[in-house]
Design a protein around this ligand. Structure first.
Ligand code: PEP
Length: 640
């Protein structure tokens, strides 16, 4: 249930962030205009230059899109969900202010693609915030589509893709046009509706001659044939790099009897300046500036109308040239309304982005699946004789021995030895905290697992001297010993404390080696079974079957630890069999059969073969004898 809810929240957030980032990326200028509206509403006016706002718009789109993708692919689950929660906790009060004060009618979250009222935006954010809190609480419940080792491909590809989309949209024009003047729009119809008093997005569309103020909107829209409109909201800021091409198009229009007007919101000075710079001979008309920004995201841009319908739009970087304008427009492809460009662009996005990532996910899953099958096959081969799935492990517990240099040297020696002669069992070394990060750098963890000897029972905070499970994990370690009798006795670790530690260790993906065992008095009183049962019940039997399966149990009679007194193989087997039976009672026989139970207590190369030969002893937790590579190797070789 928890998993389902978390994954539904993750899906919702992922899709919303992807859409929100994508629609901003296809129209960076639209986002820039919206931000200018916000700054005006906050009386910050020209606080930031347009270039900085544009860079921010592109960055914002990329951030939202990538966060959505990361969440959808469960990449850096904890960090991604936290960043999303932080963004939403800032945005939600802001949208409440928008809803209450109403300084802007549309928040612009989804560009022009989906226009929400301010209250709709606020409630949308409340739902998203709730979803974000859910994923922040249980980030590890999000399942992966791509394994960790291949995530860099998704990260880099998504960033590249969204930046290319923004860049291309700025150079050309929005690849998806959600505004009222998109190609194929019949402006006559919109104009007639507006004249009849119906609500229309074309209410601010008018064309007035710049010289005498005559309104020629109707005349332009009713023109039978082609009309070129050079749209330049502000001539003072218009890009004049294509002035020759624009003049050539004007000449072409004149030669073929097509109308050609320049539309601008600039006054006489702006028009005269443009004429001086470019030698423009075409007539200029005045139109509302916001309408011109809506018509085309390019200053200047070119619009081609045919019988009052928008059939083509070009940014100044992509104007038609002499090779395109070779004959009259009705004989040319550009003189006809294009096929559905939205469908074409959707197919392009599918082919360039969705398909490669889908192929990556499927390949990755297949690769993981074959790896898993191979692993199952191998473990079946190793343990075929016993028909058990459980892993054999020899784990070292260095305790409080070795300074950093000696510890690194020992780990290196072990690493080289076992790389040269592969062990027949899992090998783990559990070291003091200070060694972990250094050893993790060179240890081949496919052969030797690395673990800590303890971790804190608190997640983080003011607990001077403690080391959290997350910190242990961050060093590169995979294991942690918990419940060792020395910690229970000298540091008063109770079953409740250990229960917390186990939960935190598992939350941080650490495999727990959980120690249990009776004291000499308890054994002499015949209470060993009672003791180990209580220890399991007190700290690990609260776990779900799935989580219990990740635990390795280490039975260590306290009277045998570091004393030189070893339990006989028969004594050890007897209690191991008992431990397995209570696991079976609690979780079923299959789980019991799969649980690795190690023996610990003065285990050496000389007694290991006899102990490990017992059916319920799956290896050892080794203290003193793990401090010399040769001694430890001797115990590992018991599995040869
Ligand atoms: C231990 O402390 O886990 C242990 C088994 O120690 P030794 O092997 O030294 O008895």
């Amino acid at each position: 249930m928890k998993k389902t809810i978390v994954n539904l929240c993750r899906l919702l957030l992922g899709v919303v962030f992807i859409l929100s980032g994508f629609v901003k990326a296809v129209d960076p200028l639209g986002t820039l205009y919206k931000m200018q509206d916000y700054l005006l509403a906050m009386h910050l006016g020209k606080w930031l230059p347009d270039m900085a706002l544009l860079a921010f718009a592109v960055g914002l789109a990329a951030l939202e899109f990538c966060l959505g993708i990361f969440l959808l692919f469960a990449i850096r689950r904890r960090a991604t969900s936290r960043v999303i929660a932080v963004i939403l906790s800032i945005m939600t009060p802001l949208t409440l202010w928008l809803a209450l004060a109403n300084p802007i009618s549309d928040c612009g979250c989804f560009g022009d693609a989906l226009v929400l009222t301010n209250w709709q935006t606020f409630w949308k954010n409340i739902i998203l915030l709730a979803a974000a809190i859910t994923v922040v609480k249980w980030p590890l419940e999000m399942f992966r589509f791509v394994s960790k080792s291949n995530q860099w491909i998704v990260i880099n590809y998504s960033m590249l893709f969204i930046l290319v989309i923004s860049g291309w949209s700025l150079y050309d024009r929005p690849q998806f046009d959600f505004r009222p003047y998109q190609e194929g729009t019949d402006l006559r119809k919109g104009w007639t509706q507006m004249m009849e008093g119906n609500e229309s997005p074309y209410a601010d569309f008018f064309i007035e001659k710049a010289d005498d103020g005559e309104d020629i909107t109707e005349q332009v829209l009713n023109n039978e044939g082609y009309t070129f409109l050079l749209v330049a909201p502000w001539l003072e800021k218009a890009d004049d790099s294509q002035l020759d091409l624009i003049n050539q198009i004007y000449e072409y229009a004149k030669d073929n009897g097509y109308l050609f007007y320049g539309l601008t919101a600039s006054g006489e000075t702006g028009i005269n300046r443009w004429r001086d710079i470019t030698g423009a001979e075409y007539p200029f008309c005045l139109t509302d500036g916001t309408t011109l920004k809506t018509i085309i995201r390019s200053n200047p841009g070119l619009l081609l109308l045919k019988d009052g319908t928008v059939i083509r739009k070009w940014s100044h970087n992509r104007l038609p040239n002499e090779y395109d304008l070779t004959s009259p427009l009705d004989e040319l492809e550009i003189g006809q309304a294009p096929d559905n460009t939205t469908t074409r662009h959707i197919v392009e996005v599918m082919l360039w982005f969705v398909l490669p990532l889908a192929i990556l996910s499927v390949t990755d899953r297949l690769w993981m699946w074959t790896k898993w099958i191979r692993k199952q096959h191998n473990s079946n081969c190793i343990y075929k004789k016993e028909t058990k799935m459980r892993k054999k492990i020899v784990a070292g517990n260095w305790k409080m021995n070795m300074n950093l240099q000696d510890g690194v040297a020992l780990a290196k020696e072990l690493n080289e030895t076992l790389k040269a002669e592969k062990p027949n069992c899992g090998v783990v070394i559990c070291t003091p905290f200070i060694h972990l990060a250094s050893i993790a750098q060179f240890l081949d963890q496919n052969i030797i697992g690395l673990g800590a000897e303890n971790c804190a029972d608190k997640e983080k905070g003011a607990f001077t001297g403690e080391v959290s499970a997350e910190m242990v994990k961050s060093t590169g370690a995979q294991y942690v010993i918990l419940g060792h009798s020395e910690r229970r006795e000298y540091y008063k670790e109770t079953p409740e404390i250990l229960k917390e530690k186990v939960l935190l260790a598992q939350k941080n993906d650490l495999k727990v080696i959980f120690c249990i065992g009776e004291s000499l008095e308890e054994r002499e009183a015949g209470k060993q079974n009672e003791v180990v049962k209580a220890e399991l019940e007190g700290s690990v039997f609260n776990l779900s079957e799935e989580d219990f399966r990740k635990i390795v149990i280490a039975y260590e009679p306290i009277w045998a630890i570091g004393t030189g007194k070893t339990a006989t193989a028969e004594q050890a087997e007897e209690i191991h069999a008992y431990i397995r039976s209570i696991i079976a009672e609690k979780y079923g026989q299959a789980v019991a059969d799969d649980t690795t139970i190690l023996y610990g207590g003065s285990c050496k190369a000389s007694n290991a073969p006899e102990l490990f030969a017992k059916p319920d002893i799956d290896g050892g937790l080794i203290g003193g004898a793990s401090l010399k590579a040769a001694d430890f190797k001797g115990i590992i070789d018991a599995f040869k």
